[in-house]
Design a protein around this ligand. Structure first.
Ligand SMILES: [Fe+2]
Length: 333
C-alpha cells in the first residue's frame, strides 16, 4: 500500500511547506485504477495495514517528517491500543522512558501511554515534550482512540516560526537571551491540592519524599542547577543560565523551552528572568503569545488518527474539551 496526500481544512502553509502533512490510505485496484479507501474491514489481530505501509516507507516518512515536522495519518485501520503499538514499532525508533516526565500519564500497554490525564477542561499550553529534562524524546506519536465530544483538539506549532518572528519583532530581547541567558524556575507541588493540577508532584517524579535524596536525584536526572523546598511544600527547580532557543541537527532552531508555561500563565508554574536578574519585558510574553496564536494548527481528532511529531521542531498543546477523549501517546528517542 502506498500513501496519498490528504488536505486538512485547518492546515497552514509556511513558505512551500504544508503543516501538517496529511497522509491517507491508497489502493491500486486489479484493473490498475486507484481508489482512496478511507475504511478497512475489521481485522482479527496481526499487523495493521498502516504498520505494513510504515515499515515499507520508513526512509520516505523520515524525510517527510524532517521537512514538515508533523504528519497526520488519517483513515487507516488503527482501532485499538495494540494496533497503535504495532504502528509505533513499525517506525523502528527506540522507546523513550517517561519516568521523570512532568505530566500525569499511565501505561496502557508496553510502550503506549495515556496522554496527559489532566482534567479535560484544562488547557495545556504549547511545549516541546520533556524539554526541561536532560534527555527528551525526538518524536512524539499520538493516537486518537475516542475523539472528544467537543473541543479537546491537539494543537501544533512550528517552533522555528516562533524563533524567526520573535527575532523580527524583538531582536534585542532574542540577542540578550543568547548573550546573557535566562534563569528558569519550575515549581512542582508536593500533593495534589486542586483539581486543576496537571503536573506530577515532585515525590512522584523523583520517587521519594526524602528531600536530600530528592535533591540528589533532581540534580542527576532533571538537569537543573539547584533545588529548593518551599514552605508551602512545593519544590522549586532552577535551570540556567540557558537560552530557551536551541539549535538542533542541520542548524534548525526551535524555541525549545516555552516562556509561557504549561497553563499559559507563566506565574502559575514557572518563573523567568535574565541571568543578570532583570525580568523579561511584558512585551516579550505578549509578542510570544501573539505569534503562538497566529501560527498554530488545531487538529480536530477523528477516530483512528495518528499524529507523528518531530519533538525537536514542533510544539504541541491540548485545547480544553469535553469527554470522552481517549488519546494515547508514545515517545521515541
Ligand atoms: Fe506534551
Amino acid at each position: 500500500m502506498e500513501f496519498v496526500e490528504g488536505k486538512l481544512k485547518e492546515e497552514k502553509w509556511f513558505g512551500e511547506t504544508v503543516f501538517p502533512r496529511t497522509l491517507l490510505p491508497f489502493h491500486r485496484c486489479e484493473d490498475g485504477a486507484t481508489t482512496l479507501s478511507p475504511s478497512f474491514p475489521e481485522r482479527e489481530g496481526g499487523e495493521t495495514r498502516l504498520a505494513e505501509a510504515v515499515r515499507a516507507n520508513r526512509v520516505w516518512l523520515d524525510e517527510q517528517l524532517s521537512r514538515h515536522g508533523a504528519i497526520l495519518f488519517r483513515g487507516f485501520d488503527v482501532r485499538r491500543a495494540e494496533d497503535f503499538q504495532n504502528v509505533v514499532e513499525a517506525f523502528g525508533w527506540e522507546e523513550m522512558d517517561y519516568g521523570i516526565g512532568d505530566a500525569t500519564r499511565s501505561k496502557v500497554i508496553d510502550r503506549v501511554y495515556s496522554a496527559n490525564e489532566a482534567p479535560p477542561e484544562v488547557l495545556i499550553d504549547f511545549h516541546h515534550e520533556m524539554s526541561n529534562r536532560k534527555e527528551f524524546p525526538s518524536k512524539v506519536i499520538f493516537f486518537c482512540m475516542e475523539p472528544p465530544r467537543e473541543g479537546g483538539e491537539t494543537s501544533i506549532l512550528p517552533s522555528h516560526i516562533i524563533v524567526e518572528k520573535m527575532e523580527e519583532a524583538m531582536p534585542e530581547f532574542v540577542d540578550k537571551l543568547g548573550n546573557v541567558g535566562a534563569i528558569m524556575r519550575l515549581w512542582n507541588p508536593k500533593d495534589y491540592t486542586t483539581k486543576k493540577m496537571f503536573r506530577r508532584t515532585w515525590p512522584q517524579i523523583l520517587q521519594t519524599e526524602d528531600k536530600a535524596e530528592a535533591e540528589k536525584r533532581a540534580l542527576m536526572k532533571l538537569g537543573c542547577n539547584s533545588v529548593k523546598f518551599l514552605e508551602d511544600g512545593r519544590a522549586e527547580f532552577e535551570y540556567g543560565p540557558l537560552n530557551p532557543i536551541r539549535t538542533f541537527h542541520g542548524g534548525r532552531r526551535a524555541w525549545f523551552l516555552t516562556i509561557v508555561g504549561y497553563s499559559g500563565k507563566p506565574e502559575d508554574d514557572m518563573g523567568l528572568s535574565f541571568a543578570d536578574g532583570t525580568p523579561f519585558p511584558n512585551e516579550a510574553f505578549k509578542t510570544y503569545k501573539k505569534i503562538r496564536d497566529e501560527n498554530n494548527v488545531n487538529i480536530r481528532w477523528e477516530k483512528g488518527d495518528i499524529l507523528l511529531l518531530d519533538n525537536l521542531a514542533v510544539q504541541h498543546a491540548r485545547r480544553p474539551g469535553k469527554p470522552p477523549r481517549i488519546i494515547l501517546a508514545s515517545l521515541c528517542k
